[in-house]
Design a binder for this molecule. Sequence first.
Ligand SMILES: NC(=O)c1ccc[n+]([C@@H]2O[C@H](COP(=O)([O-])OP(=O)(O)OC[C@H]3O[C@@H](n4cnc5c(N)ncnc54)[C@H](OP(=O)(O)O)[C@@H]3O)[C@@H](O)[C@H]2O)c1
Length: 327
Amino acid sequence: MEQRPLGRTGADVSVIGLGTWQLGGDWGDVDDDAAADVLDAALDAGVTLLDTADVYGDGRSEQRIRKALAPRAERPFVATKAGRRADPFEAAQYTPDNLRAWIDRSRRNLGVDTLDLVQLHCPPTAVYSDDRVYDTLDTLVEEQAIAAYGVSVETVEEGMTALQHPGVQTIQVILNIFRRKPLEELLPAAQRAGVGILARVPLASGLLTGKYDESTTFPADDHRNFNRHGEAFDVGETFSGVPFDVGVAAARAVAEIAGDAVPTAAFALRWVIDQPGVTAVIPGARTVTQVRGNVAAATLAPLSDSQLSDLERVYDERIRAHVHDRW
Ligand SMILES: NC(=O)c1ccc[n+]([C@@H]2O[C@H](COP(=O)([O-])OP(=O)(O)OC[C@H]3O[C@@H](n4cnc5c(N)ncnc54)[C@H](OP(=O)(O)O)[C@@H]3O)[C@@H](O)[C@H]2O)c1
């Protein structure tokens, strides 16, 4: 698997990582055995980047990662997140004491002295320009509680703000065939600054696999049911903020552009990893088959010029009006 340097962290990570929100909760039931199988399949296939968060299943995703890694000699790079345990969820909660407590909890969950990477987990916008928060993170780096820190953002503007802080090593952002705005300004700026880009929600929560139709439903405990209109958290995290029926129809057009010989999911991931400035993509997976399908994107040929312009047309005609100016 191709490895790329993750910004200035000194670490190399596989171009296809694994998102592990699914191994915590909010995506219907994934039991212990299924989660262990997903993690083993990814690691065995050469994935060296896992993305998790302290709130995925209230720590369950981190704990399952710890268990899967215990018998292994080689450790992947584990990127976790902090900040969404803030209660109430407001900028004033991002105090040195709270940040330290959240990070210490992740160290215990993951069973390590030093976390590879902590990303501020889509905090209130004011946090991205709060020097005190970065000062605390710098102190935690000095103390070796964390090796590096970055941010996960909802909007391009938040990413641009975070880039002004020299300690920020990575930016995690939604980037996929239905969410193209980061290509304009954020990715070039991150590249100039030597900051790694982790592309999340690359399959638009599964839409870009082409496997859903207008009658598809999701379990009650799946955010694709309960956050469809942003009821629980930012609506952009569910189907990338694209209305479901619009997304299903556009995904059908994407599948046609991919053609019969190439699975649409792998095609969509290839598009992401070929965007200049992207370090790695972190598709979420609930099954071993999905993991293997996603890893296959690393060996696909780059998309042709005509495929790229056809995809741009799908975006302009069907998707842009729903998402472009919002995030
Ligand atoms: N705020 C943040 O920082 C934030 C927010 C969101 C996500 N993330 C991170 O980004 C990761 C990726 O985003 P995401 O999981 O939300 O969305 P995603 O990767 O776009 O979509 C994941 C879903 O796509 C489907 N899928 C995946 N691979 C497939 C394959 N090969 N064939 C068919 N279907 C496939 C599965 O749907 P089914 O479940 O229907 O099978 C899976 O649950 C997360 O796991 C998490 O680590 C971070």
